[in-house]
Design a protein around this ligand. Structure first.
Ligand SMILES: C[S@@+](CC[C@H](N)C(=O)[O-])C[C@H]1O[C@@H](n2cnc3c(N)ncnc32)[C@H](O)[C@@H]1O
Length: 274
């Protein structure tokens, strides 16, 4: 029997259990979707959809939603959530944002990708695919973490990177999707002029009934990028150092004062008129 080559991007997101983190993201997901002007019957693709933080509320507003994700585990988790919510207009399937060969040209009115497609390899292909499957006159909305931003997730990714082995040759950092020139260059190569792309900073809030230390435990045990960093730090005898650095970040960023967690994080919202 011949072993299938491993897709490291897929392996990373199937390693943990993102549903544990996603549980803290539901309020912001619903809020973002409520502002997208979704109407009955609108055809929506949610790319890198996870277990449906934005796909579910979009379907609840009457859209015909397809959630696509590289992780089979998250596709299964989203499918279960759609079934439990009784949403026949929401489907999930496995797919790679860098190559959406299964999806026809111009198929969607709206493509949403919240901290999803930014993690796919080959960002120029990702932009091309998002544009290809969106109909002329449609819209693409991305949420992307910003390099160097001082708030939670950009800092988690930065700290995790500092404890991880150097990435393979040719790796393009996901947070380059939070850099204006990179975003414009990628959509420009996909045939979208810069004036059709707008960028603004927005806030995503992580909310849990537990403490920031408990949320950090979930990131340590279930979020692929931090799991890898903890493994590399442990191999170097630096796991305690990494944990202390992240614990300080989570505590510092928490705005709740009642023992629960409420952490606002800044992201780049990219809106493209196709
Ligand atoms: C940070 S999670 C965000 C999930 C979801 N959008 C949310 O807001 O809860 C990143 C998601 O992107 C997915 N992903 C990573 N690389 C991908 C790729 N190449 N194609 C499709 N999905 C991908 C992961 O499996 C994961 O579900």
């Amino acid at each position: 029997m011949i072993d299938q080559p491993t897709n490291p991007n897929k392996a990373l997101w199937e390693k943990g259990d993102f549903t544990r983190i996603a549980a803290s993201m539901r309020d912001s997901g619903a809020e973002l979707v409520a502002g997208l002007g979704i109407e009955d019957g609108m055809r929506v693709l949610d790319l890198g959809c996870g277990d449906g933080t934005t796909a579910l509320p979009a379907a609840q507003l009457g859209a015909e939603v397809l959630g696509v994700d590289i992780s089979a585990k998250l596709v299964a988790a989203g499918t279960a959530r759609a079934r439990d919510a009784g949403l026949a207009n929401l489907r999930f399937q496995e797919g790679d944002a860098s190559d959406l060969a299964d999806l026809a040209d111009d198929r969607f009115d709206l493509v949403v990708s919240i901290f999803g497609a930014m993690f796919a390899p080959r960002p120029f292909d990702v932009a091309k695919e998002m544009v290809r499957v969106t109909r002329p006159g449609g819209r693409i909305v991305m949420g992307n973490w910003i390099p160097g931003d001082p708030t939670l997730v950009a800092q988690i990714l930065k700290i995790a990177g500092a404890y991880s082995p150097p990435p393979p040759e040719g790796f393009v950092s996901p947070v380059t999707w939070g850099v204006e020139e990179d975003v414009l260059a990628r959509f420009s190569q996909a045939g979208i002029a810069p004036e059709r792309v707008s960028l603004d900073r927005a806030t995503w809030t992580f909310v849990t009934p537990g403490s920031p230390a408990e949320l950090l435990t979930d990131f340590r045990d279930y979020y692929g990028p931090t799991m890898n960093a903890y493994a590399a730090a442990a191999a170097d005898g630096r796991a305690d150092e990494l944990h202390a650095e992240l614990a300080e970040l989570f505590a510092r960023e928490n705005t709740a004062t009642d023992g629960t967690t409420r952490i606002p994080a800044t992201y780049m919202r990219v809106t493209v008129a196709t």
